[in-house]
Design a protein around this ligand. Structure first.
Ligand code: CU
Length: 465
């Protein structure tokens, strides 16, 4: 695992945690564990436990799991809240806030019954806290600034201690200046594995958090005073084609878990399979109570995990079903010019907006392939290529790649699916059938409606929900 070690212990040099003793006498005189840092947005190999009950570790798309240390009967983790640089996809980085070098922060994995001690160091320019979403814990460990604890001041380290009451799917995020801190990328996954290694066990277990940002084309820092008008729809702060593929061997039991920390819901749709929701942030769904789905909606502040047996090889799309969430920035302010003579309109607009490019009169598909000039640090609205051409997607889109004969624990991209002969949609080369068609609208240039073009007022963006 390519985790570079932050020289934190060196800097702290045998420091005793006087401030922590105010939270819990048990940690007085204990040293602070290392806070590993991750510089890469590449998916890191799962962290296989060396002690304690056996479990199948999760894989965090474009992410990693936080290493821990045992201290007596306590499992100790160290999160550092800090400004980070996160690549959304090759060609675009965001100046965000996160934990231990990345946004989202590292995934925390532990086992039902574990006593966990989580050190949180605040290297942000303002105070923060961490709330452990979904965990059953003493009220004073719940991380709501002002309500259950004092805020963690800039430069200070706080300690959270609790015993994990149940296995399941959880997350962590600040409960301090929330609108700003979450809009800046502060969040992480928290998986608690069952004590019984056989309970609801799967062969591959993938996790991601949904986060939305408003990063104007040509800029690097999200606008945070924002309630609805986000333009980057991400899984683990990545957009297609930058999101890792979900790779499974034929026959594997697969689980995909996600949580929603955006300000709107996301209907997550997977092709090629039906599946059942096995777990929410409230706990496991009894097997007899689950019904089949192909799309599962994940509301704001919810988490869902679904399971399926990967018995059908292929490259299967998985994406949010809100179509503007599978687009990157600039997708939202495009007008519909289907069936309109755009030449005249374009000329008018270009006088006001140099370099303006309207959506095509036949649709928008040409924008997937188009090499259009973009501001710096800006991704095309839709992009990405596969074996048959441009995929015309962005945002919340990835591919579930099911292949025969992959070794257990092999998450490498196996390339594009080799379709068996005669199983791909094909062009009809025979005689065209002459049938009566519905009356077709035609564009007569002499009667095209004149469109009035006015300069927009500053900041008069229309919402995109
Ligand atoms: Cu969505």
């Amino acid at each position: 695992m390519s985790v570079s070690r932050r020289n934190f212990l060196g800097a702290a040099g045998g420091m005793t945690l006087a401030s922590a003793s105010a939270v819990s006498g048990r940690t007085a005189f204990a040293s602070v564990p290392e806070a590993p840092i991750m510089k890469s947005a590449e998916m890191q190999p799962p962290l296989i436990p060396k002690t304690g009950p056996d479990y199948n570790p999760v894989v965090t798309l474009n992410g990693w799991t936080l290493p821990w240390r045992m201290n007596g009967e306590w499992k100790e983790f160290h999160l550092v809240a800090e400004p980070v640089l996160r690549e959304f996809a090759p060609g675009m980085v965001g100046h965000l806030w996160g934990y231990n070098g990345q946004s989202p922060g590292p995934t925390i994995e532990a086992v039902e019954g574990d006593k966990v001690r989580l050190f949180v160091t605040n290297k942000l320019p303002e105070h923060t806290t961490i709330h452990w979403h979904g965990q059953l814990l003493p009220c004073g460990m719940d991380g709501v600034g002002g309500l259950t604890q004092p805020q963690i001041p800039v430069g200070k380290t706080f300690v959270y201690e609790f015993q994990l009451q149940k296995s399941g799917t959880f997350m962590y995020h600040p409960h301090a200046d929330e609108m700003v801190q979450m809009a800046m990328g502060m969040m992480g996954f928290f998986v608690v594995h069952p004590k019984d290694p056989a309970f609801r066990r799967v062969d591959r277990d993938f996790v991601f958090l949904m986060a939305a940002y408003d990063i104007e084309p040509g800029t690097y820092v999200p606008r945070v005073a924002e309630m609805t008008d986000f333009n980057m729809w991400t899984w683990n702060t990545r957009v297609f084609p930058g999101i890792d593929h979900i790779v499974a061997a034929k026959g594997d039991k697969v689980r995909i878990r996600f949580g929603n920390l955006t300000m709107t819901n996301h209907p997550i749709h997977m092709h090629g399979y039906d599946f059942k929701v096995s777990c929410t942030d409230g706990g496991w769904v009894p097997e007899q109570a689950a019904w089949p789905e192909v799309t599962v909606d994940c509301a704001v502040g919810q988490m869902r995990a679904f399971d399926f047996v990967a018995d059908k090889p292929g490259d299967w799309a998985i994406h949010c079903h809100k179509s503007h969430h599978t687009m990157n920035a600039m997708g939202h302010d495009v007008s519909n010019f289907i069936g309109v003579d755009k030449k005249k309109v374009s000329q008018k607009i270009k006088r006001l907006v140099p370099g303006y490019m309207p959506m095509g009169t036949a649709g928008m598909a040409d924008m997937g392939e188009m090499e259009m000039p973009l501001p710096e640090n800006t991704l095309p609205m839709m992009t990405g290529w596969a074996q048959f051409g441009a995929v015309e997607m962005g945002g919340m889109f990835s591919v579930v790649k099911v292949r025969e004969g992959l070794a257990a624990g092999d998450y490498k991209d196996p390339g594009w699916y080799k379709h068996p002969e005669g199983t791909v949609a094909f062009e009809w080369k025979g005689e065209a059938r002459k049938a009566e068609r519905a009356p077709q609208p035609t564009i007569d240039p002499s009667t095209t409606t004149e469109v009035n073009v006015v300069k927009p007022r500053p900041n008069s963006k229309h919402g995109n929900h």
